[in-house]
Structure formats: C-alpha cells, structure tokens
Design a protein around this ligand. Structure first.
Ligand SMILES: Nc1ncnc2c1ncn2[C@@H]1O[C@H](COP(=O)(O)OP(=O)(O)O)[C@@H](O)[C@H]1O
Ligand SMILES: CC(=O)N[C@@H](CCC(=O)OP(=O)(O)O)C(=O)O
Length: 243
C-alpha cells in the first residue's frame, strides 16, 4: 500500500493532475491520496478580507478563519481532485482525517485550531481499497469533542501512512529538494537536513515537508520520497529521505 501526498501547488496544474490520475488508474488498487490546498485556503481567506499568517510553515488558524479553511480544503480542493479522478475512470471517495482513523489535538494555543494527529483503529480505508475506491483525504481533522482542526497536509500524510503501515511519497511542484544552486539532492538524512536547514537552503513549505518526511522515515522505518508528479511514472526519482 502507498500514500501519496499531493501538494496544493499541484492543484493549480490541471494537465499534471490529469496525467497523474491517468497513471494511477493503470495501477492496482493500493493507493491512498492525502492532499493539501494551502494556496487555495490563502486565496479564500484573502477574498474574505482576513489576514492569514504562518509560523514555521504552519498556518495560524483562529476559529473565525476555520470556515474558509475547511471550505477550501475539505470542500473545493477535495472536490476538484474528485473531478479529475472521475474523468480518469477512478472511483474516488472524499474523506477527512476522521474517517482515516485519525483524531486531532490542539498543537498550541498560539496556533489556534492547528491540529496534531493521534491514531485510532479504523479499517475503513483498507475496506474502501478492497471495494475498488480511491480514497482522497483532506487534511481537515476533528478532536474528541468534534471540534474541527487544520492539520498541515504533510503531517496528515505521515499520520495516514503510519496508520496504514504504507509507503509514503510527497508530490509537489519541484523535482525534489534542491541545493543552493537549484540542483536536485538525491539523498538526505537527519544530519544533512540539519545542515541545509541551518544554512537556509531548505525553507518555507519545504522545511515542513522535509521534517515530516524525516519523521515518517523514522516512524515507518523505510525511505520516503519527495518529488514531482513524474515520480509515479518513475521518470523521476526525486529526493530520498532516510533516518
Ligand atoms: N531547498 C529547497 N528545495 C526545493 N524547494 C524549496 C526549497 N526551499 C524552499 N522550497 C520551496 O518549497 C516549495 C514546496 O513547498 P510547498 O509550497 O509547501 O509545497 P506543497 O504545496 O506541494 O506542499 C517549493 O515550491 C519551493 O518554493
Ligand atoms: C496548519 C497548516 O499549515 N495547514 C495547511 C493545510 C493545507 C496544506 O498543508 O497545504 P499544502 O500541502 O498545499 O501546503 C494550510 O492551512 O495551509
């Protein structure tokens, strides 16, 4: 089984998304998609006149911003992906982290409704795969009291992969992690990640992604890859992250 995390940047590339779903429909039913949509959430918040801030790559999410964040991620982004999947002949089913057996807790008071993930038992995703569905999971989750949370989609993908004991691929709008001269770095481990982070080569959204990938490599005890959508058709190898 494998979990593919689709970055929000890819949602703005319809041709790549159509090609991705076409290549997925040629493979066996072993893929679960977790998606972001950060750029779309940002757009919706700005249109509503709300100023949104990020802290170390995480969107500060006050309760009054949540209807726009949930609408953009669990609504529009999720349904846009369903639309491309259906056009490619797949049977997508749009879900939140709750249905994937993940419960959320508040990360810190300063970040508002930003959630961290805790796993609980749910056989739903494996059953859906057996029935031929393609699960499309947004990074919106719920707490024990039913309160809604905004989880960074990279962290959400790690939690889903951990719950399913699955391989994990992060697909984004670059070929992988790039060095200071823009060349692809093929392998990274905790030491090299530390160096590149301190020197400012890895930053912004890639910082969250690389940290999530390293966390996933440790938890899943296997390598995790970061790359562009071409990773699926194996025409690109991306960056491999190991402990
Ligand atoms: N060293 C780096 N290598 C590649 N991308 C980087 C690096 N540092 C920062 N970035 C930025 O991180 C972005 C990917 O992160 P993000 O926008 O959060 O992706 P996604 O929306 O796919 O989760 C790239 O488009 C790039 O602008
Ligand atoms: C807490 C937090 O940062 N949540 C993210 C969730 C979406 C996301 O991660 O989208 P990408 O994968 O496109 O970056 C956000 O609101 O932007």
């Amino acid at each position: 089984m494998r979990v593919i995390k689709l970055g929000g940047s890819l949602l703005e590339q319809p041709d790549e998304m159509r090609a991705l779903f076409a290549s997925l429909s040629d493979t066996e039913n072993n893929t679960v998609i977790v998606h972001g949509g950060g750029a779309l959430a940002q757009q919706w918040l700005s249109t509503a006149g709300l100023k949104s801030e990020k802290h170390e790559g995480l969107r500060v999410s006050p309760e009054q911003h949540m209807p726009y964040i949930v609408g953009a991620l669990a609504g529009c982004a999720n349904k846009q992906l369903m639309s491309w999947a259906i056009a490619a002949g797949a049977w997508p089913i749009g879900l939140t982290l709750h249905e994937a057996g993940i419960s959320c807790r508040r990360q810190s008071a300063e970040l508002g409704q930003v959630g961290t993930c805790e796993l609980f038992e749910s056989g739903l995703i494996t059953n859906l795969l057996k029935c031929g569905y393609l699960p499309l999971i947004s990074s919106i989750g719920f707490g024990k009291q039913g309160e809604w949370f905004n989880v960074n989609a990279d962290d959400a993908a790690v939690a889903v992969a951990a719950n399913l004991d699955a391989d994990l691929l992060f697909l984004t709008d670059v070929d992988g992690v790039l060095d200071s001269e823009g060349r692809l770095i093929e392998q990274l481990d905790s030491r090299s990640i530390d160096e590149l982070t301190k020197s400012g080569v890895i930053r912004y959204g890639m910082l969250v992604k690389v940290r999530s990938a390293l966390n996933a490599a440790k938890r899943l005890r296997r390598c995790v890859r970061i790359g562009s959508w071409n990773l699926i058709s194996k025409t690109h190898s991306g960056t491999q992250i190991s402990e």
